[in-house]
Ligand binder design. Structure first.
Ligand SMILES: [Zn+2]
Length: 71
């Protein structure tokens, strides 16, 4: 299956407390945090990247490796 470059992708990150974060690779936002990974998917489907945030990311405000939730 070929991922479309136009669509955001949401890698998951497990936190120290066992919960999962879903990260949008386009705007680097934490889309959702949930105790079960499958609970992230509805939030991913509903996610719309913030235009201002995308602009800031494109300007290098957020290094891609630092997708943190404190924004
Ligand atoms: Zn996004």
């Amino acid at each position: 299956m070929m991922p479309s470059p136009a669509q955001p992708h949401f890698p998951h990150r497990q936190n120290g407390d066992g919960s999962y974060d879903s990260i949008c690779t386009r705007c680097l936002a934490t889309v959702a945090t949930a105790q079960k990974e499958e609970q992230l998917y509805p939030c991913e489907l509903a996610h719309v990247c913030d235009r201002l945030r995308l602009y800031k990311v494109s300007q290098g405000w957020w290094p891609s490796a630092a997708a943190s939730k404190d924004v």
